[in-house]
Write a protein that binds this ligand. Structure first.
Ligand code: SF4
Length: 290
């Protein structure tokens, strides 16, 4: 397999074959994101992709494939259909293909197109919401409004594709902490995703948000304030059936809960941690990483 640069994939795709169909992120302007800095965006030719699929076909049974890089759903529909059809033809045991997408990529596909992709194996879309708060989305230069995020999330679900949404604790700073947590819970509820992954903001040097931190424009919440955000977010979430996880390495309090069933239990646990304010209850700083 020929990979260009660092490859990122969702934690739940750890055992998947990573097929790089594009290099970088077509947007690449979110202020907190360092993943594809310095990578000039390009879509790989089908010949390059076909070579990788042919090689993967010799590995034996592969049940999951993840299409990298940052927003591979932006590929033209005909390219995605060609890739998915070839994967289906060559990869034995293929059950699901996953992809990262931003809201604009999703909204650029109509229902018919998403259903076509689903029928050829696209089984899960990972969408970075980060925040449901209008002001936060503007500040971090996310290329979509909360309303677009909701429409995109609903469209994925309506097409019969699993929806996994990522949110970022701390991204609103101290100033917008409460509004960020409340609005994110509300927007998530509107989307009603199958999975939510809550990560904590980790500042990477060289990103625009690192500069905001240096100049004092952004003040980061403390670990316990981040846990309060998590609690507020969960309290505002109303889901039909969602697996909510904050067990990413960046978080101070790892949780894995099925909602709505385990919501109250999680809120009680968070309340207890906030009352005790015992640092021993938190994941140690040295174990936090991206
Ligand atoms: S859309 Fe995603 S990958 Fe692209 S810059 Fe924003 S956070 Fe990074």
């Amino acid at each position: 397999m020929k990979y260009e640069g660092m490859i990122y994939r969702p934690p739940s795709e750890a055992d998947s074959l990573i097929l790089q169909v594009a290099v970088g992120c077509s947007y690449n302007r979110c202020t907190f994101c360092h993943s594809f800095q310095g990578k000039e965006f390009r879509i790989k030719s089908f010949e390059e992709i076909r070579e990788d699929i042919d090689e993967a076909a010799t590995y034996g049974r592969i049940s999951r494939v993840f299409l990298a890089d940052g927003d591979a759903l932006m590929l033209p529909q005909k390219d995605l259909l060609q890739i998915l059809s070839y994967l289906k033809l060559k990869i034995r045991g293929l059950e699901r293909v996953g992809v990262y997408a931003n809201a604009v990529d999703i909204l650029n596909k109509d229902m018919q197109e998403l259903k076509e992709l689903m029928s050829l194996g696209l089984g899960i879309i990972y969408l970075g919401l980060e925040s449901g708060n209008r002001e936060v989305l503007k500040r971090i230069k996310k290329n979509a409004t909360a309303e677009q995020m909701i429409r995109a999330g609903k469209r994925v679900k309506e097409a019969g594709i699993l929806l996994s949404v990522t949110v970022l604790l701390g991204i609103g700073g101290v100033e917008l902490s409460q509004a960020h947590a409340e609005d994110t819970g509300k927007v998530l509820s509107e989307m009603d995703p199958d999975y939510v992954g809550a990560l904590s903001l980790i500042i990477v040097p060289g990103t625009p948000i690192a500069e905001e931190l240096e100049t004092g424009k952004l003040v980061l919440p403390t670990p316990f304030e981040l846990i309060r955000e998590l609690g507020t977010m969960i309290a505002n979430c109303r889901f039909t059936n969602c697996f909510f996880a904050s067990n990413h390495a960046s978080n101070y309090l790892p949780l894995r809960i099925r909602m709505p069933g385990e919501k109250e239990k999680a809120l009680k646990l968070i309340q207890a941690v906030l009352q005790k304010k015992d640092p021993e209850l938190l994941r140690p700083e040295y174990m936090r990483a991206l």
